[in-house]
Design a protein. Structure first.
Length: 416
């Protein structure tokens, strides 16, 4: 950790350990922590959250936040004091490890935080938040007082950037149809037509339906059951939110054994454990694969992780490649969950390396790890263990536990 007397230098580099952050975290941070830490610390937290995929100098952060080095240092200390940040220093590089804000119950169970909050907001506001009550406001009509741009910022001399702004205009993207060898989409198509769904609507939903099979392992019959309960009869359209509400009822059920691809050209470059991992990655749907890895540690697949799996699939990764990515994060990097920023960073690496299957994914990770180890050795070793932004290698004991769990699941599936 940074010693209290350490004087920050604006030219030091910094890196940020990624953390998953959702709408509930935003509500908790705003409602409970903002009155305690102030707007500078609040802005610093989000700027660090947005800087988790690359490395900057502290100077860059000061420019983005529009604060002084002293102001940033004060903001950092408030984040650390309230449990939102851990800071580490190695030579001239800082590691900022962001932490999620506490939930409402955990926050008010903390004597120090709840007492501080009470002293800042006062008894009335404190009681309103604790009771979860909301003030009611009467209907209001009045004169609009909004300032225009130049009233707020003055008579600025602005330069237009030399870029083609048309590239930022939203255009409707069209993607080629996704196909799966072990899924007959014509069965889905014929049944949807019986419900009066048009060919245009079916074509529009093609990739969504096939992706549910590839991610969760649903059969044609299971997909039809889900569609029947998520079809808006009056509009003859599929409501995705209704579809997802039913997913957990079927996602844990086993799927048929997928056809194994021939990776024999690469198998000679893999260890026996890695070849077993490839087989598991090829035979389990990504949802089931993640569920098994998390079950080893007593966890469950969260809704944000489900959305993350779907996003990884939308990026163009094959299901077995997603499974290797998941294994790398949960086992190799010892993460308790599958955070979107980290998994998307690895996915980007796979896409750039044109990784097509599980074996190539493992080799890509090993190659990247070798290069990073050489770089770290050149710089006298890694920063600290807490950094964990590089692709780590799994400890053998953890890796074997995961493989045993996956093997057991496959065995039970065959006998069911």
């Amino acid at each position: 950790m940074i010693e209290r007397q350490t004087q920050l230098n604006a030219y030091w580099n910094f890196i940020v350990n990624p953390v998953s952050f959702d709408s509930n975290d935003l509500k908790n941070l705003t409602r409970f922590y903002l009155p305690l830490i102030g707007v500078d610390s609040f802005s610093t937290y989000f700027q660090l959250l947005d800087s988790s995929e690359t490395s900057y100098q502290i100077n860059d952060l000061l420019d983005l936040l529009n604060i002084s080095l002293t102001g940033f240092d004060d903001a950092r200390k408030k984040l650390e004091a309230t449990g939102l940040l851990n800071s580490y220093l190695d030579d001239r590089t800082l590691l900022f490890k962001l932490k999620k804000p506490l939930s409402r119950d955990d926050f008010f169970s903390d004597d120090l935080l709840s007492s501080f909050f009470f002293s800042v907001v006062g008894e009335e506001r404190f009681q309103i938040i604790v009771d979860g009550t909301k003030k009611t406001f009467p209907n209001f009509s009045g004169i609009k007082l909004n300032a225009n741009f130049y009233e707020a910022f003055g008579d600025l001399s602005l330069k237009k950037p030399k870029i083609d702004q048309s590239q930022f205009k939203k255009t409707k993207k069209s993607f080629p149809n996704i196909d799966a060898d072990d899924f007959d989409f014509s069965i889905i198509e014929d049944n949807l037509k019986k419900y009066g769904v048009s060919e245009t609507e079916i074509s529009k939903e093609h990739n969504f339906i096939v992706s549910q099979h590839l991610i969760y392992g649903f059969s044609e019959e299971q997909i039809l059951d889900l569609l029947a309960n998520s079809l808006l009869i009056d509009k003859k359209t599929i409501e995705h939110s209704l579809f997802r509400q039913q997913i957990n009822k079927l996602a844990s059920k086993p799927r048929q054994q997928a056809e194994k691809r021939d990776d024999s050209d690469l198998s000679g470059q893999l260890s026996n454990d890695e070849r077993q991992l490839v087989k598991a990655a090829q035979s389990l749907a990504p949802y089931q694969f993640l569920a098994q890895l998390k079950q080893v540690r007593g966890g469950i697949v969260t809704s944000s992780e489900q959305k993350n799996l779907e996003h990884l699939f939308d990026l163009g990764l094959a299901p077995d490649v997603i499974n290797i990515l998941t294994h790398q994060v949960i086992i190799g990097m010892e993460s308790s969950n599958l955070p979107a920023p980290l998994s998307q960073a690895i996915a980007d690496s796979f896409l750039q390396a044109k990784v097509k299957n599980a074996a190539e994914a493992i080799l890509s990770i090993k190659s990247r790890q070798k290069k990073q180890n050489e770089k770290h050795n050149f710089k006298n070793g890694p920063l600290q263990k807490e950094k964990k932004i590089d692709y780590g290698t799994a400890e053998k004991v953890d890796n074997q536990i995961a493989l045993d769990a996956l093997a057991k699941y496959q065995h039970e599936k065959k006998n069911s």
